[in-house]
Design a protein around this ligand. Structure first.
Ligand code: GCU
Length: 453
């Protein structure tokens, strides 16, 4: 049964696409067409700003005989093997002490990611007023819990045409005697009527929420699309559109990943005010596009104590310089550019991946010295390039070591199900599909080391 479940989950994205296409009502398909049209208009205005007329095509992940089929041949995967050095300042000087990293080099890397990759989070962000909409005493598994439904009302007096209400739920053990650690997930919302496959057999493993509760911790679920819609058409609304007063983005404006990460930080602001939560022990988890967002949140907000970064792939933990599975050109296309700064599109033509001033090992390094778990599956999860994420995790090591923390401990790619869990950077490829599920027990054991008082 476990096997069957894992199999179904591998197929989640294709299944979802198939589902949305085959069962889409005429109204829904009209809506989709108009989203695509508006996205294309927004994308075109960004290309115009960048003076780009066309970009190189992305990798084709569906058809292995296509001329631009995604590469899975390791011999061809490293066209640009030399990575920017996380520990060399722009002026060429080597960083050899923690102070220089923290005071100088880290800021240089943040600036490069802000300008060229993820965009700048605006400084003048409006306040968020958290409202507890309901509080329920319930049980999950056999454990009595208290679940609060929350809405974060974003002050929109600067542009009332755009309204942003962040959706969040927080569940903590009802019998806790003191504030508990909390794991927060950036969660997918599936289309109405679509129930993601679930193992309902008698010996089904407990859900991640139940596993977390068994440790005496709480969990939270935040809905990223309530912060910022997941398409280019939505860039003139959501928190990005609110700040831009309904106008298009500039080339270094923030993209959805930064916006989602900002929303997660706002949830953390709330946790700091809720006595049930130990806000010094809040971790963040996300899978796939939300794995990217979870890593960005970890990198940019030092209050997150630990990160579980699942199958984040391109624009997440995977090296931008790798040619394996998804590549820069896919992320720079009209379907995904909204995650990023407009400037990122330049690296899909006329510039190359090698022109990027930073790479993802440096995003992982921004999380230092806090523990971060980079993970993927091995069945049908090639698109996320597990090895490219491993290589980034290895290359982040020197920064962790400079801060007197442990790196991965090896440069050798580990076998499936062999977790490298000794250090503050950790890595594991589970024996399953495009899902975080099989790595949850491993992550929880890892987090326990840090969450124990
Ligand atoms: C697509 C996309 C990935 C992303 C994934 C997801 O496959 O190319 O970058 O991670 O969707 O979020 O499901």
């Amino acid at each position: 049964m476990k096997k069957a479940l894992v199999f179904v989950v591998i197929g989640l994205m294709p299944t979802l696409d198939g589902y949305t296409q085959s069962r889409m009502s005429p109204a829904d398909s009209l809506r989709r067409d108009s989203i695509n049209k508006v996205t294309q208009q927004d994308y075109n205005q960004m290309l115009k700003q960048l003076n780009i007329t066309s970009i190189r095509p992305g990798a084709n992940g569906n058809n292995p005989s296509a001329p631009n089929a995604a590469n899975y041949d390791e011999a061809k995967a490293n066209p640009y093997p030399v990575l920017p050095d996380a520990l060399t300042l722009k002026n060429g000087a080597k960083v050899t002490d923690a102070k220089t990293w923290l005071n100088l080099r880290r800021a240089e890397i943040v600036e490069d990611f802000d300008r060229e990759v993820y965009g700048r989070t605006p400084r003048n962000l409006p306040t968020v007023k958290w409202e507890v909409v309901s509080t329920a005493n319930e049980t999950n598994g056999a454990i009595p819990v208290i679940t609060k439904k929350l809405v974060g009302h974003v002050d929109n007096t600067s542009y009332p045409q755009v309204k942003v209400d962040i959706q969040l739920t927080l569940t903590t053990p009802a019998n806790a005697i003191s504030a508990v650690p909390v794991m927060m997930e950036l969660a997918f919302v599936f289309p109405p009527g679509f129930n993601p496959p679930r193992d309902t057999s008698r010996n089904a493993p407990p859900s991640w929420q139940q596993q977390v509760l068994q440790k005496g911790w709480g969990y939270a679920v935040i809905i990223p699309t309530s912060i910022q819609t997941d398409n280019g058409a939505g860039l003139r609304s959501g928190i990005i559109g609110l700040l831009n007063k309904g106008l298009g983005r500039k080339a270094d404006d923030w993209g959805a990943l930064k916006a989602w990460a900002w929303g997660a930080s706002k949830a953390l602001d709330y946790f700091e005010t809720d006595k049930a939560v130990d806000a010094k022990r809040v971790g963040i988890e996300g899978h796939s596009r939300y794995g990217k967002a979870a890593l960005v949140a970890m990198a940019y907000d030092a209050r997150f104590a630990i990160g579980f970064i699942s199958s984040s792939g391109a624009a997440g933990a995977k090296l931008h310089r790798r040619n394996a599975g998804e590549i820069v050109e896919n992320i720079a296309s009209s379907g995904e550019y909204h995650w990023m700064a407009g400037n990122y599109i330049k690296y899909a033509g006329p510039l190359t991946w090698n022109d990027l001033p930073v790479d993802s090992h440096e995003l992982i390094a921004l999380c230092a010295p806090r523990p971060v778990f980079i993970s993927a599956g091995n069945k049908g999860d090639g698109w996320v390039d597990a090895r490219g994420m491993f290589m980034a995790a290895v290359a982040a090591g020197p920064v962790y070591k400079l801060l007197r923390k442990k790196d991965l401990g090896t440069t050798e790619f580990p076998a499936v199900e062999t977790g490298l869990m000794e250090g503050e950077i950790s890595y594991r490829q589970h024996n399953g599909g495009h899902t975080p599920a099989p790595n949850w027990p491993v992550f929880i054991q890892y987090a326990e080391r840090y969450f124990k008082k």
